[in-house]
Each structure stands twice: as structure tokens, then as C-alpha cells.
Design a protein around this ligand. Sequence first.
Ligand code: C5P
Length: 227
Amino acid sequence: MRLCVALDLPTKEENLSLAKEIKDFDIWLKVGFRAYIRDGKEFLDELKTINPNFKIFLDLKLYDIPNTMADAAQEIAKLGIDMFNVHASSGKIAMNMVMDRLSKIKNRPLVLAVTALTSFDNDNFRSIYNEDIDQKAIKMAKDSFDSGLDGVVCSVFESFNIKEHSSKEFITLTPGIRPFGEESGDQKRVADIAKAKKELVDFIVVGRPIYKASNPKEVVQKILKKI
Ligand code: C5P
């Protein structure tokens, strides 16, 4: 299991200083909407300057018509990042087109599909998709697997089932991790590290429990020890 730290701090300077603080660990960094919209490619390059071995997950959750998604994926692949994601609800045609476009690129990044956001509880989810999360997440994961993606973003509670219905090698990345019982905030389906291990999760994403801690480095160390 790998740790992916979400760089969701309010300013570029704060994100960079967090990255510097944890630069000696073998970890992934997650760059999301806020940081990428504001700080762009330059920020990604600065992270690699801090530690060239940092792996970067660009969490932009693409969701559009197939051709637009494939165009965007092609541009993302030029950014030098290691993994990005799309929404599984964009459908098999769009996901297939993304993977087809990327197949022409050497050393393409890994591509994951978001199934159900971890901030949804079952009622919120049903009001949009008219189906229960656990069943729909598996269907979305199967669509992603059939479309040639490398894995999915899901909650810890779906990871094992998704692997059973696709392949053990199909990556699961799970946000909503509260390693030591911290506050859940807006996340509804949260779990700790022991549960993530049991569910065979490949990547845990941790944001607030690290960047809101008084000593983020210590929390990262504690998480890595537990992993
Ligand atoms: O602070 P916290 O640990 O809840 O951060 C989780 C991170 O994972 C946030 O950056 C959030 O945008 C992201 N994420 C999520 N649920 C998804 C996909 C991404 O929480 N399904």
C-alpha cells in the first residue's frame, strides 16, 4: 500500500513548504483542482525539483464528451505527471477513447476512474444515480476495467469487491482515510489504515489529517510505519 498526500493547502507557498517538509519519504503527492487551477504546470515542476522521485497524481477528474476528454488526456500526458483520473460516469466510449489516445504515447501516466465520491452517503448517491453505491461502484469499476484503465478511485468499503469483479492488479485508490480516528469533515465513508489494508487498497489518499496536524512530518512517519 502506498501513501498519497493531498496538497490541498490554501496557497502555493504552503503546499511547497509541506512538500519540502516530507521530501525524504517515498510517497505520492496529489495535486487537485485548487492548486492546479491556481499554480499550473510550474507548480508540478517545482514539486519535482524538491524531490525528483516524488510521484504526482493529478486529480482533475475529467468529465466531458469523449473527444474533449481524449484531447485533455493527451495534454495531461505532456505534463510529466505519473497518474491522473477521469469520472467513470463519463462512460465506456469516453474512457476507451482516452486510453486509445494515450496508447500512442511512450511512458503514459496511469489512469484511474472515479466511481462514487467518498463524500456521498447512500441517500445523496441514490438521488443522482438511482442505485445503491456498492452496486453502482462495482458496475462503474467494471466499465473502467473493460475500457483498459489502470484502476479506480473508490471508498475503502468497495475496494475488495471491485478487485473480485475485475482483477487483483486493478488499482484501487481510496480517499476518506482517517488514519488515527481524526475528524471526518465532509467525508461520509471514512476508514482507517487497518481497514484499508484488509480491503487490499493500493493507494490511500490523506489530506487534512496530515496538513492540518501541528507536525505533518510526524503524521506521515506514523502512517508509513502502519502501512
Ligand atoms: O482532507 P481529506 O483527507 O478528506 O482529502 C481527501 C482528498 O481526496 C481531497 O483532495 C479530495 O478532493 C480527494 N478526493 C475525495 N474523494 C474522491 C476523489 C478525490 O475525497 N472520490
